[in-house]
Every structure is written in structure tokens, then in C-alpha cells.
Design a protein around this ligand. Structure first.
Ligand code: 13P
Ligand code: SF4
Length: 302
């Protein structure tokens, strides 16, 4: 039996839902029940009635699913699929920093460990970071871990003092002005969409800045026919499916190796064995749930 057919069969037997992030390889995206951005997938994980959630993505995404649906079995097919930016802020470091700034609210990007979320006042994704920071009554904000997203949010909230953590995403940080201009030189008519994890000088060049799902909305609504996609390369696959007839050009260096660890074979193995399972201490789940739920109440929008 072929892999796709067997995966389909196992999904039914295990009462499993397969979620895949927009950066997964095309083959994995095609096998998933839902493909989306961090916020959209967290929302699905929170309300699914499946018994098992198989998360084709990276560690923090599967952990968020577990925090929001603790009674469910959550499987991350590749246990080594970790977001290096999330590891740039540890709970110990954040606890010390908080002690020095007791008046500040902690806004944790979802790209953080469950232990870091447990210390936060609220979480955010790239789809709602501007809105979330605006909702905080405190003037001082500790924003972890992405300095580029934090600096982008600061542009919309001059009334806030945002303390930036020195974290960054290697994949987005690597997108240089020169590389973007090189792609633009080949496609002069194309609109440039970029993710807010990009460097400020790259954001300055963009026609549109948003989360991955926001890029789909923009590309569909725009009268333009061509787009340069300033985020992970496989986002172009999802865009091509959602907006057929339009053309999407990747920035070739922007590959997230951790997102590429999951393959159809590892998804099949995960469904067969229901491993590797994501487990978290109950007290961490309880503490991390509050900031994640507050984020979900605030919802999408910048
Ligand atoms: P989105 O929330 O836009 O899907 O981004 C997640 C991510 O990891 C970006 O690098
Ligand atoms: Fe983490 Fe960057 Fe990969 Fe997103 S693209 S999962 S932020 S390393």
C-alpha cells in the first residue's frame, strides 16, 4: 500500500488530526488535514475533537497544542525538529530579567518553550503581536525572544517602551537586502511580502509585512500577479495552491532545516507508533495556558 493511503487509513483508526505548518515540505502539506500559520494551527488544536494531534512543525508548536489540549495525545513526528530561536530565551534568564523589571509586562512570542510561556503575561504570534502589545496596560514591555518582531511592533506603539531580547530566527535574519534586491531585479513587477522576523532594513523594502497566513490573504486580495515571498521557501507552495494563476518567487536562502526534518515517512511512523509524544509537567501546562488563552481571546489582527 502506498504511504499516502496508509496515512489516510491510520488517521481514521487513531482518530488523529494531522496539522502542518506552512513551512513544511509540499509532500507533508499534501498529507495534512490542516495547513496554516502558528496562530491558526493553535486555534485548531484548541478546538479539535480528534483524540490525537500529529503536529508536523517544530517543538514549540506541538507544545502549544499540548498546553491548549492537555487531555489529547500530541505527537511531534521528529523529536529533533526544534526552533533555534525558541532556545535563545530560557526560563531561568527570563526570570532574572523579570526581577530587574517588575513594572514590565512579559509578551512571549509563541516561538518559546512552555517554561518561558509559563512566565509570560500574554503570548503572541506574528499575526497578532501589534494588537497584543497594544492591549497591555503596562508601558514597559519585555518582548521575547525575537528582536526583529519586537522592533517591528515598536514601530506601531511609540507610546510603549519595548525591551528587546537578543533572539532572532536564523532563516529570516539571513534574508539580506542584497538577496531581496537580486530577486527583485529578476522580477521587477512583483510585490514584496516579508515576515516580521526579517531584519528592519528588509522590512523597510516591503510592500506587505505579515504572518505566513496573512501573506495568503494579501496575495489573494491584491491586483498584482507576481509576488516575492520573504519567508521560508516552501511558503510558495501553499501560496501557489491558494492563489492559482499568480506567481510566487522564493528568496532562495530562506530554508528552515528544522521544518524540513518531517517527511511522509516520519509522519507515517508517528501515526503507526503514536510516538514521539509531547509531554509537559502539569504545573507548566497550567501556568502556560493562561497567556496562550489570553492571546486566543485577543485573536488575529495587527
Ligand atoms: P507564522 O506564525 O507566521 O506561521 O510563523 C511561524 C514561524 O516560525 C516563523 O518563522
Ligand atoms: Fe524557528 Fe525560524 Fe524555523 Fe520559524 S523559520 S521555526 S522561527 S527557525
Amino acid at each position: 500500500m502506498n504511504v499516502a493511503k496508509r496515512i489516510q487509513e491510520l488517521k481514521g483508526q487513531r482518530k488523529a488530526v494531522v496539522l502542518a505548518h506552512n513551512y513544511q515540505s509540499p509532500e507533508v502539506q499534501d498529507l495534512a488535514d490542516h495547513v496554516g500559520d502558528s496562530l491558526g494551527l493553535a486555534q485548531i488544536a484548541a478546538r479539535t475533537d480528534a483524540e490525537v494531534i500529529v503536529f508536523c512543525g517544530v517543538d514549540f508548536m506541538a507544545e502549544s497544542a499540548k498546553i491548549l489540549s492537555p487531555e489529547k495525545k500530541v505527537i511531534l513526528p521528529e523529536s529533533e525538529a526544534m526552533c533555534p530561536m525558541s532556545a535563545m530565551c530560557t526560563a531561568m534568564e527570563l526570570a532574572l530579567f523579570k526581577e530587574r523589571h517588575p513594572q514590565a509586562a512579559v509578551v512571549a512570542y509563541v516561538n518559546t518553550s512552555a517554561a518561558v510561556k509559563a512566565l509570560a503575561d500574554v503570548c503572541c504570534t506574528s499575526a497578532n503581536a501589534v494588537k497584543v502589545v497594544g492591549r497591555m496596560p503596562q508601558k514597559h514591555i519585555i518582548f521575547v525572544p525575537d528582536r526583529n518582531l519586537g522592533a517591528y511592533v515598536q514601530r506601531f506603539h511609540p507610546e510603549k517602551e519595548i525591551m528587546l531580547w537578543p533572539g532572532f530566527c536564523q532563516t529570516h535574519q539571513g534574508i539580506s537586502v542584497e538577496e531581496v534586491q537580486e530577486v527583485r531585479g529578476r522580477h521587477p513587477e512583483a510585490k514584496l511580502m516579508v515576515h516580521p522576523e526579517c531584519l528592519p532594513e528588509v522590512i523597510d523594502l516591503a510592500d506587505h509585512v505579515s504572518s505566513t497566513e496573512g501573506m495568503i490573504k494579501y496575495a489573494k486580495a491584491s491586483e498584482a500577479r507576481e509576488f516575492i515571498v520573504g519567508t521560508e521557501v516552501d511558503m510558495t507552495y501553499r501560496l501557489g495552491k491558494e492563489a492559482p494563476g499568480k506567481r510566487f518567487y522564493p528568496v532562495p536562502s530562506a530554508v528552515c532545516p528544522n521544518m524540513k526534518r518531517t517527511t511522509p515517512a516520519s509522519l507515517l511512523r508517528a501515526l503507526e507508533t503514536l510516538t514521539p509524544e509531547v509531554t509537559l509537567p502539569p504545573d507548566v501546562i497550567k501556568a502556560a495556558r493562561r497567556p496562550l488563552e489570553l492571546m486566543m481571546e485577543i485573536g488575529r489582527g495587527n
